[in-house]
Design a protein around this ligand. Structure first.
Ligand code: F6R
Length: 605
């Protein structure tokens, strides 16, 4: 995910910016840049790839005395990872860095182009700096022009802007993307999109709230709220512990990533939904026409589970034949590949050797290919005909959580996109589903009450001879995913099973030492799933039911909220199984983020 740093002061501005960007490296990025305004002149450097490339480019650049500087690491969303698309972006005499997505950028860009503005990049960000300079011509000062610009933006942003028209100032705005300002006793000012770059520089920080905007110079920090009312900064002491800052105060990266799901899903959706259709700018709709009669999905591990979820959505909503393959199996089983099949690979990393190989096979067989991936410029993204980026940000916990959440979100969107193309769902239903999609970020928010309950409950599930996670329909892949999460980080034996299949064998294992985690959605096959659980309960298996409906045959009951649709129940239950696994692992004293025998990116077969 993108990162922002900013500095205003008399120390070595270049080094402070580069060091700050280094602290944000762990979030993942594909290009970086800085712009420094000193003695009325801008210096700007950008480089694609790792920060070392930017360091090399700035080797002979020296900053001495007072300067203002802004820097950015970019994770491509609009436009490829190129130098032109890297931030900071230049207007005529101002530079900007931005995290987030400007939803109305296309409209603003059109107007600016008709005013004669030339754009250098494909980014949504560049419109902000041009819009600011357009407003500069009509407003009485740079602050008023900045304020007007912010009011004209829709979407999410954290923005820093420097301009020759007010040389000693940094303008900032925050809405939906994080940003803070730090101070110290030497009157320096530091900005960043998270704590870490500020450690060892700032002693106190103010976290901006959504809607905040304003400016800083060496004498003052002026903050305004969303109603344009001046507000006081609230400074708190900055902990100087870097690792804990990277984890934003959470105990583990996995925990942080579970909590982040609401924000990253909002990013996944951003700019891709209108009231009645799903929009994917990244490919042409012909990808799905031209004689495509089937979709084949191929992946490993958690990504395979999201692919399985997709198969339910594609057949139910898009009415297209869909099959799902485990990549390591598909490679060697001499599969029949027909040209009327769209081949979709799913991978968080884009580097998993088995999945990559299947993509090569599909290309060789002349199939059209699409990758759902979290890492732009990864091997799979470079190879596939088309890409949809999940925008989950870098995932550090080995056990995947937010990557899965964003993959399923993409598949839900894609199923509606195809449904529209194939006319397989009524327009009212597409409209309804789009409004449900907008509710996903809220439905995956972790509540203190739920987390506390799972912490308490976890102590009862530390032993036994095994776990069965069971569910029907799309809740079966979720059951598989719940079991995978648990076994990865607790080292306890766990299996995911279709609820209706238990009686065909596994029920023989049922006794009080067998733990069944039952997914019981109110809106999908509730009665049928319930009777499957009752069969297990009658054989004395210890049952933990997850549902919005009271279930008295369970030993433990985890209540999710009453949802409008089974897909919202899916996302709520996803958070429950992730957190339950996490808490069991914590109680067992395991290394949650780096479980034994596992690697984050499996580049060997
Ligand atoms: C499980 C997990 C793995 C990966 C699998 C594929 O938590 O992370 O099962 O899902 O190794 O990795 P990607 O998605 O990078 O291809």
């Amino acid at each position: 995910m993108c990162g922002i740093v900013g500095y205003l002061g008399e120390k070595n501005t270049k080094q402070i910016l580069l060091d700050g960007l280094k602290e944000l490296e762990y979030r993942g990025y594909d290009s970086a840049g800085i712009a420094v305004l000193q003695n009325g002149e801008f210096s700007n450097y950008k480089a694609i790839g790792k920060l070392i490339n930017l360091e090399k480019k700035t080797k002979d650049f020296v900053t001495e005395g007072f300067a203002v500087g802004i820097g950015h690491t970019r994770w491509a969303t609009h436009g490829k990872p190129t130098e032109l698309n890297a931030h900071p972006h230049l207007g005529e005499s101002s530079y900007i860095v931005h995290n987030g997505i400007i939803e109305n950028y296309a409209q603003l860009k059109k107007e600016l182009i008709s005013d004669g503005v030339t754009f250098l990049s494909q980014t949504d960000t560049e419109v902000i700096v041009h819009q600011f300079e357009k407003n500069l011509k009509t407003q009485k000062n740079a602050f008023k022009a900045f304020e007007k610009t912010i009011n004209e933006l829709d979407g999410a942003y954290a923005i820093l802007l420097t301009t020759k028209s007010e040389e000693d100032t940094i303008f900032f705005a925050k809405h939906g993307s994080p940003m803070l300002v730090g101070i110290n006793s030497e009157y320096e000012k530091f900005f960043a999109s998270s704590d870490t770059p500020l450690i060892e520089h700032a002693t106190q920080v103010n976290y901006f709230e959504d809607g905040d905007y304003g400016f800083v110079n060496s004498k003052e920090i002026s903050i305004f709220d969303k109603d344009a009312k001046k507000k006081k900064a609230i400074f708190t002491n900055l902990s100087q512990n870097k690792l804990s800052a990277q984890k934003d105060g959470f105990r583990f990266f996995m925990e942080k990533e579970i909590y982040e799901q609401s924000d990253v899903i909002a990013d996944t959706l951003m700019g891709r939904l209108s009231d009645d259709e799903v929009i994917f700018d990244e490919f042409d709709k012909s990808l799905f026409d031209d004689g495509i009669n089937e979709i084949k999905l191929c992946a490993c591990g958690t990504s395979y589970h999201s692919a399985l979820s997709a198969s339910y959505l594609f057949e139910r909503y898009s009415k297209i034949r869909t099959s799902v393959e485990i990549a390591s199996e598909f490679r060697y089983r001499e599969p029949i590949m027909c040209k009327d099949t769209l081949f979709i690979v799913i991978s968080q990393s884009g580097e998993t050797a088995d999945t990559l190989e299947t993509l090569k096979m599909a290309k060789k067989a002349g199939l059209k290919t699409l990758v759902i991936c979290n890492v732009d410029n990864s091997s799979m993204v470079r190879l596939a005909d088309a890409t949809i980026l999940t925008r989950a940000g870098i995932e550090k916990g080995v056990a995947s959580t937010k990557a899965f959440a964003t993959q399923v979100t993409i598949f839900w969107m894609l199923s509606l996109y195809i449904a529209k193309l194939r006319d397989s769902l009524k327009n009212e239903e597409i409209i309804r589903q789009i409004s449900l999609l907008r509710e996903v970020p809220a439905s995956v928010k972790v509540t203190d009450e739920m987390h506390e309950k799972l912490k308490r409950l976890s102590k009862r599930y530390l032993h036994g001879h095994g776990f069965f996670f069971i569910g029907r329909d799309i809740f079966f892949p979720l059951a598989l995913e719940g079991a995978l999460k648990l076994k990865e980080i607790s080292y306890l034996h766990a299996e995911g099973y279709p609820s209706g299949e238990m009686k065909h064998g596994p029920i023989a294992l049922a006794d009080p030492e067998l733990f069944t985690i039952a997914l019981l959605p109110e809106h999908l096959h509730y009665e049928k799933s319930k009777s499957n659980v009752e069969e297990l309960s009658a054989r004395d298996s210890t049952i933990c039911a997850i549902s919005s409906q009271e279930f008295d045959k369970a030993d433990d009951f985890i209540r999710i909220s009453k949802c409008k649709d089974y897909m919202l129940e899916f996302f709520e239950m996803m958070v429950v199984v992730q957190l339950l696994s996490l808490e069991i692992s914590v109680r067992l004293g395991n290394d949650v983020d780096m479980p034994r025998n596992l690697a984050k990116s499996v580049t060997v077969e």
